[in-house]
Design a protein around this ligand. Structure first.
Ligand code: KIV
Length: 293
């Protein structure tokens, strides 16, 4: 497909993603938290964009996702929607915005749709969030499930570690996956599991299964923008492929700027505005005749 044709593609819908799964077409998926990254995703023809609560770490400099609030996530989602008006945008429900009750889950999901015009929301957990998923879906909103390594409950999991590595643990994940599909989820994200487990879950479900660190067999792949562009430096999970080293590029540019400023080599003539013809001489004369007091 040409770049021009890609730009004019209509925004994908949940039905398109089902169709892509049936045809074996892979779904492309990145996180974004701000206007520039969202618009680059749209220009590049990304199928889906997740406004992840990983913003906590990538943008806010926090050690985990738990502190993120609904207001912060809504604001990031509004900004991403502005940057990617023609892309399927998913808002990530922050910690305690859906765990407490089915009612608060519906209300908070509704805020993403009403205030940020998202196309879907994502929440973490399997069987234990079925009643929330059912409620949100009954409310007319599309829900993506998220199982495997679920960062909001990483404390319970013993940290940011791979999941489903034993047969028993993998069996539990398959039960969670099926429960999410049955509850009405339109898609499922599986994080940090062995490829065999990613494949079993993908083959088992009719809805699209997206993977982040779940091997090559899932219906699509997600990466976190700060990881894949190489500007999130706190840690790099095993599943990340770096497509750029923006962190190094940015630091190099900042150092070069400081050097230019300190040595007076920036700004150059071409960066400067010119006074109108004859106005400089006139100004000099005025300054001589009536110096400002
Ligand atoms: O917040 C996020 O970006 C996520 C990914 C880690 C899957 O939920």
């Amino acid at each position: 497909m040409t770049k021009e044709a890609e730009k004019q593609m209509p925004k994908k819908t949940v039905l398109d993603f089902m169709e892509m799964k049936k045809k074996g077409e892979k779904i492309t998926f990145l996180t974004a938290y701000d206007f520039p990254m969202a618009s680059f995703c749209e220009k590049a023809g990304m199928d889906m964009v997740l406004v992840g609560d990983s913003a906590a770490m990538v943008v806010h400099g926090l050690p985990g996702t738990v502190p993120m609030t609904m207001d912060q996530m809504i604001q990031h989602s509004q900004i991403v929607r502005r940057g990617a008006p023609n892309t399927f945008v998913i808002g990530d429900m922050p910690f305690l915005s859906y765990q407490v009750s089915r009612e608060s889950a519906i209300e908070n999901a509704g805020r993403f749709f009403k205030e940020a015009s998202v196309d879907a929301i994502k929440l973490e957990g399997g069987r234990r969030v079925v009643k929330q998923i059912e409620g949100i879906v009954e409310g007319g909103m599309s829900v993506m499930g998220h199982i495997g390594l679920t960062p909001q409950s990483s404390g319970q999991l013993g940290g940011f570690r791979a999941q489903g590595r034993t047969a028993e643990a993998a069996m539990e994940l398959t039960k969670d996956a099926l429960a999410i599909e049955k509850a009405g989820g339109f898609a499922l994200l599986v994080e940090a599991v062995p490829p065999e487990v990613g494949k079993i879950i993908t083959d088992m479900l009719r809805i699209p299964v997206l993977g982040i660190g779940a091997g090559v067999h899932t219906d699509g792949q997600l990466l976190i923008v700060g990881d894949m562009l190489g500007y999130f430096e706190a840690f790099t999970p095993k599943f990340v492929k770096k497509y750029a080293e923006l962190g190094l590029t940015i630091e190099k540019a900042f150092r070069a700027f400081s050097e230019d400023v300190r040595t007076g080599t920036f700004p150059e003539e071409k960066h400067c505005y010119r006074m109108l013809e004859g106005e400089h001489e006139k100004l000099q004369a005025l300054l001589r005749e009536a110096p400002p007091q």
